[in-house]
Write a protein that binds this ligand. Structure first.
Ligand code: DON
Length: 312
C-alpha cells in the first residue's frame, strides 16, 4: 500500500470536520417516520483495509438504516444460490430511472433492468425465497449472511422500519404485483415484499458495513476471517454492477466524481469498494435529488481524490 495510507486517519478527520460544517446537507428521506426523524447533522465514515486495519471518523459506530445497500448482499446470496440462472430474470444494465420506477417494466416484459432498482431487488428477494418455507426463514438467512460477512453477531433488522416500509410501500406492492403478472415472481408478492422490507430495514454502523463489504475489495474473501464469500470473478462482477447501477440515475455522476463501485441507500449510507485495497462506508442522512447521500458522495469524492483511489 502506498504512503498515503499513513495519513489516512488525518484525512478522514479532515473530511469529517469539513463536511460537518456544511450548511447544505441535503434532505433526509421523509416517506417513513423512522427515517424522517433522523437528524441531517450525523456524519460518519469508516475504511476497512484488505490488510485488516480499520480507520474511522465521526459517528462511524452509530447504526443507521442501510436500506438499498442491502441489495448488494441479497444479490450476493442469490447468485450463490442460483448462479448465472438469476440473469434470466433480471438484467445488468443501468435503468436511467428512479429506483422505484415502473416505466421500463412494461416495455421490457417484466424483466427489471438490474438487481439494484426496486423491481430487480424484488426478483432477487423472490429468488431467495425459493428454498424457504416462510419469509421469516429467508429474512433469518439474510441476517445470518450479514453477520457472517461482517463477522459480527449483533447485526439485525429494525422491526419499526420494516413495519413503516410495509405501511407506506404501495409502489413496491405495485411493482411486486406487476412482476407477478409477468410471471417473474414465483412466490406470493406479499411474502416477497416482506423479505424486501426487512432487508431494507437492517441497521448497521459504518464500521460494520465497511467490514461487511471487504469481500468485494479482496477478491471475494473476507481477509479478517479468511473465509471465502464468492469467487474473485463474482466479486469483480458485483463491483461492476455497483459502478454502473449502484446509484440509480446518479450512477454516471458518482462514477465521474468518485471513480469507485458504490451502492447507496435512502438512509444516507454509501458503501464503496477500492478493489484490492479497501471497503469504505460513509453515512450522512441528507439526500440529493436522486435519493443518494449528498455529503456521502462528496466525502467519497474527497477521499478517493486524496488517496488516489479511483479505479480509472
Ligand atoms: O424501496 C424503498 O422505498 C426503500 N425501502 C429502499 C430504497 C432505497 O434505499 C433506494 N436507494 N437509494
Amino acid at each position: 500500500m502506498d504512503d498515503r495510507i499513513n495519513t489516512l486517519q488525518e484525512t478522514l478527520e479532515e473530511i469529517t470536520l469539513t463536511l460537518r460544517a456544511r450548511k447544505d446537507r441535503g434532505k433526509p428521506a421523509d416517506y417513513i417516520p423512522p427515517l424522517a426523524h433522523v437528524s441531517p447533522d450525523h456524519f460518519g465514515i469508516a475504511v476497512a483495509l484488505t490488510d485488516n486495519r480499520t480507520f474511522m471518523a465521526g459517528e462511524a459506530d452509530l447504526p443507521f438504516s442501510i436500506q438499498s445497500i442491502s441489495k448488494v448482499f441479497t444479490l450476493t446470496l442469490a447468485l450463490g444460490m442460483h448462479g448465472d440462472a438469476l440473469w434470466r430474470r433480471v438484467g445488468r444494465e443501468p435503468s436511467g430511472d428512479a429506483f422505484n420506477s415502473i416505466v421500463l417494466l412494461e416495455q421490457e416484459k417484466g424483466i427489471p433492468r438490474n438487481p439494484f432498482i426496486n423491481p430487480g431487488a424484488l426478483v432477487v428477494a423472490d429468488a431467495l425465497l425459493a428454498r424457504a418455507r416462510a419469509p421469516r426463514e429467508t429474512i433469518g438467512e439474510i441476517l445470518r449472511f450479514l453477520r457472517f460477512i461482517a463477522d459480527d453477531d449483533t447485526i439485525s433488522a429494525d422491526p419499526a422500519v420494516a413495519r413503516a416500509e410495509k405501511a407506506t410501500g404501495f409502489r413496491n406492492a405495485a411493482l411486486a404485483n406487476y412482476l407477478h403478472s409477468w410471471g417473474n415472481l414465483r412466490n406470493d408478492p406479499d411474502h416477497v415484499l416482506g423479505v424486501y422490507f426487512h432487508h431494507c430495514a437492517v441497521t448497521m454502523s459504518c464500521l460494520q458495513l465497511a467490514r461487511a463489504g471487504l469481500y468485494l475489495a479482496n477478491g471475494g474473501r473476507n481477509p479478517a476471517t479468511g473465509r471465502s464469500v464468492v469467487s474473485p470473478e463474482r466479486a469483480r462482477r458485483i463491483n461492476a454492477l455497483m459502478m454502473t447501477c449502484g446509484h440509480y440515475d446518479g450512477s454516471g455522476d458518482f462514477a465521474y466524481r468518485v471513480g469507485l463501485p458504490g451502492k447507496s441507500g435512502v438512509g444516507g449510507g454509501i458503501l464503496a469498494v477500492v478493489p484490492g485495497v479497501a471497503s469504505i462506508a460513509v453515512w450522512s442522512p441528507g439526500l440529493n435529488a436522486n435519493g443518494n447521500s449528498h455529503l456521502g458522495a462528496e466525502a467519497l469524492e474527497m477521499l478517493s481524490h486524496r488517496m488516489g483511489w479511483s479505479v480509472f
